[in-house]
Design a binder for this molecule. Structure first.
Ligand code: ATP
Ligand code: MG
Length: 407
């Protein structure tokens, strides 16, 4: 016998309870983002590599070691998208929408990162996300965060999750802060991890986001952004906090949140749970005012977040899956044609119904009982409707069946 083919490392199948939880997350997010006026977009799963390499930052983990990049048969460099924001901004520009603002986008779908697979970390994973493109005010940031929080609440996990917000300031604040960080980390250059030595030269802010234990110790003593903020950046952050209070979203200020990608400014935030160990961030994002310009478009400010569906799924219980309520059973081979007519009629009337494919009537009745169906329609000389919960049985006609089943 040939070897059984295996799924690719870091990928998983969504079946049964896993699928139910996954789609419950997606449907909840779709429903709640619509309440905030977001519309769903779908962009391609692969893009020109430059869509990501130009925007995510040359020292980001994603660009340096996690991208699925390959040359296609025409010799073009293609990358399976590692995140959703860059593709949405590319679509905004190439779709000619940069003058039609605001655009409020919801998306969901698979993302790809070459990472070491572990609990809550896969090579193909899935995200829900929103982007609010156009407004540069802190109200937009607060609304985007509030939508995320309402989704977590609807999923029943808001209680175990903490919202941590921070500001990365504007360009001026960052230049000042960068200098202080370089001065601080340079004293410990020899102790930094190899990755962070490189970051010290290219993007010292990124060291704050390091997962290396040695780096983390040094980060504890690092200067904080607050002291370097311009008045404008400080006012933006104050305004964000006021709006969050108005929306009734609880939060704490965590000065070490910088986010992993280069394009963020002003607001950065994460919803963190203690329930998943090291993979604690379930929903994260921030403001990215320079991103659209970096891709060759005009200046369009933006703010958004993404959440890992797998991590959210681990925190929720699946909603009960509804059984197909009606099973149609032909009592003998002569009644099969009429059973199919009834099946067609019910489905045309939006009543979910199925038919047993084989076996005698008794077997099929047993199977219907097991499936959790509420009713069986027994089709023989005459037509009978049986309520499987009460055991009641009545004679019916095909025509009055839909009415009876809907009642
Ligand atoms: P982490 O610090 O866990 O690597 P990240 O900062 O790389 O996360 P983002 O790029 O902000 O993550 O992506 C947003 C969310 O997507 C994360 O909070 C997480 O829930 C999810 N996510 C990211 N990478 C993976 C992965 N490899 N497998 C499953 N979920 C992931
Ligand atoms: Mg990561």
């Amino acid at each position: 016998m040939a070897n059984i083919l295996q799924p690719v490392r870091g990928t998983r199948d969504l079946i049964g309870d896993d699928a139910a939880r996954h789609f419950h997350v997606v449907e909840t997010a779709r429903r709640i983002t619509a309440l905030y006026g977001f519309a769903e977009w779908q962009t391609p799963i692969f893009e020109d590599t430059k869509v990501f390499s130009r925007t995510l930052g040359e020292t980001s983990d994603v660009v340096t070691k996690e991208m699925y990049t390959f040359d296609d048969r025409g010799g073009d460099s293609i990358t399976l998208r590692p995140e959703g924001t860059a593709g949405v901004c590319r679509a905004l520009i190439t779709g000619g929408l940069t003058q039609t603002l605001p655009q409020k986008v919801f998306y969901t779908g698979p993302m790809f990162r070459y990472e070491r697979p572990q609990k809550g970390r896969y090579r193909q994973f899935h995200q829900i996300g929103i982007e609010l493109l156009g407004p540069a005010t802190a109200l937009a940031d607060a609304e985007v965060i509030a939508a995320g929080w309402q989704i977590l609440r609807a999923l029943g996990i808001a209680e175990t999750v903490e919202l941590q917000v921070n500001t990365l300031g504007d360009a001026e604040s960052r230049t000042a802060y960068r200098e202080k960080l370089v001065a601080y980390f340079s004293q410990y250059a020899a102790e930094l991890s190899e990755d962070s030595k490189l970051r010290l030269e290219k993007n010292p802010l990124r060291i704050l986001d390091s997962k290396d234990e040695g780096d983390k110790k040094l980060v504890e003593g690092a200067p904080q952004m607050q002291a370097s903020l311009t008045d404008e950046a400080r006012a933006f952050f104050d305004s964000l906090q006021n709006h969050l209070n108005r929306f009734g979203v609880p939060f704490i200020h965590n000065p070490t949140i910088v986010r992993g990608l280069d394009y963020y400014n002003h607001t950065a935030f994460e919803f963190v749970t203690t329930a998943l160990g090291a993979q604690g961030t379930v929903l994260a994002g921030g403001r990215y005012d320079g991103l659209v310009e970096q891709m060759g478009g005009p200046s369009v400010p933006g703010v958004g977040w993404a959440a890992g569906i797998e991590r959210l799924s681990m925190l929720i219980t699946a909603p009960p899956t509804a059984a197909v309520p009606v099973t149609v059973i032909p009592m003998n081979s002569d009644s099969e044609a009429q059973a199919l007519e009834i099946l067609k009629l019910l489905r045309a009337q939006n009543i979910a119904a199925e038919i047993g494919y084989s076996g005698n009537a008794k077997k099929r009745l047993e199977r219907a009982n097991k499936s959790g169906a509420a009713f069986v329609v027994l089709v023989g000389e005459d037509i009978k409707l049986k309520n499987l919960e009460t055991g009641e049985q009545q004679d019916v006609t095909a025509e009055n069946l839909p009415g009876l089943l809907r009642a």
